[in-house]
Design a protein around this ligand. Structure first.
Ligand SMILES: CC(C)(COP(=O)(O)OP(=O)(O)OC[C@H]1O[C@@H](n2cnc3c(N)ncnc32)[C@H](O)[C@@H]1OP(=O)(O)O)[C@@H](O)C(=O)NCCC(=O)NCCS
Length: 326
């Protein structure tokens, strides 16, 4: 679909990432808790994750990823008009960590805010960025997913703490009025608060004055994730009048290899088209999609002109997809 009407398209100009230095393998975890390498890898596909050290924060990782994305885009920091940071682990309750990143990047104009949709945060942030571009409000947008989930994990709960990791990824979008088939083609977002008790943090400023820890009903999340991700993929395909075979790359939120395989089977997509990085990053929530995107771009898999479908599901529940002609 070419952009023939006189409207704006959101084109991807650059991607960047940042990971904490500290690698924690499944074997490392067996020294600290009653678990096994075999249990973690066979149940989830995860082999290792990065864990932030003192001084590594959501904003510091986000700033580094953002700077790499801007450098790769060919723009200057001062060209950025809007920063949206998808995170559930901000540095502080406020100010928005997006504004901390804005200041760290030396950007003094435009606006910046945090987007909280847990593991779906990155696709929610892309939709907001795309809408701001399409409305003609902004030219260049930095969309960041950055998380330090290790700080809200209960390290005595082996059922959850082995599943998550820290990291950040960023993407620069720029508006174009040119006749092009590139850019964001569709966004489909959903949430259903009835399922909040299946995946949540048991604290917060207004309830406990504490940050709290992540709690999860693994079986419940698994069942809904397969159903909701399959349905949101089909929704995007139907909306764009595409078949599953016409998509070049699927870049899912990286939670669990068994969820990704079950979705692939249900939707009928080829496993080789699914970008998988969870073995080295674990579940990094809102950062997982841009981390996977960066990997796929740097390794030469995703190329200009490819059709790329992003999809995510997380706490809330929230879920959604973004279709991009790269
Ligand atoms: C969490 C998850 C991996 C658990 O896998 P599972 O096959 O459902 O495992 P179960 O919950 O049935 O647990 C089986 C056993 O393993 C044990 N177990 C849990 N964590 C363990 C660990 N880290 N190491 C060893 N054993 C563990 C449980 O105590 C249970 O023991 P029991 O049978 O003696 O009671 C799986 O449910 C899942 O991936 N859910 C989705 C989670 C997710 O993706 N969340 C984020 C979405 S954004």
């Amino acid at each position: 679909m070419k952009n023939k009407s006189n409207t704006f398209r959101s084109i991807v100009l650059g991607v960047g990432t940042s990971l904490p230095k500290n690698i924690v393998t499944n074997k490392d975890l067996t020294m600290k808790m009653d678990t096994s390498e075999e249990w973690i890898e066979s149940r989830t596909g995860i082999k290792e994750r990065r864990i932030a050290s003192d001084g590594e924060t959501t904003s510091s990782l986000g700033t580094e990823a953002a700077q790499i994305a801007i450098n790769n885009s060919g723009l200057k920091n001062s060209d950025i008009d809007l920063i949206i940071l998808a995170t559930s682990t901000p540095d502080n309750t406020f100010p928005a960590s997006a504004t901390v990143i804005q200041a760290s990047l030396g950007i003094e104009k435009g606006y910046a805010y945090d987007m909280q949709a847990v593991c779906s945060g990155f696709v929610f942030a892309l939709e907001a960025a795309d809408n701001a571009i399409k409305a003609g409000n902004v030219k260049n947008v930095l969309v960041i997913g950055s998380e330090t989930f290790s700080r809200i994990l209960d390290w005595d709960d082996r059922g959850t703490c082995v599943l998550f990791g820290d990291g950040a990824g960023a993407l620069v979008l720029s508006s174009s009025k040119e006749e092009t088939d590139r850019g964001i083609l569709s966004n489909h977002l959903h949430s259903d608060g009835r399922y909040g008790n299946l995946l949540y943090v048991d604290g917060g400023p207004s309830t406990s004055s504490q940050v709290g820890f992540l709690r999860m009903n693994g079986h419940g999340v698994f069942k809904h994730a397969v159903k909701k991700l399959s349905s949101v993929i089909n929704e995007a395909l139907d909306h764009n009048e595409l078949t599953v075979d016409e998509i070049d790359w699927f870049v899912p939120h990286q939670a669990n290899i068994r969820i990704l395989e079950a979705v692939a089977k249900k939707v009928g997509l080829h496993k080789d088209k699914v970008i998988i990085t969870l073995q080295k990053h674990a579940n990094t929530s809102a950062a997982s999609i841009p981390l996977a995107l960066y990997d796929a771009v740097e390794s030469g898999k995703i190329k200009k002109g490819d059709l790329v479908l992003l999809e995510a599901m997380g706490g809330g529940f929230s879920w959604g997809s973004t279709l991009i002609r790269w």
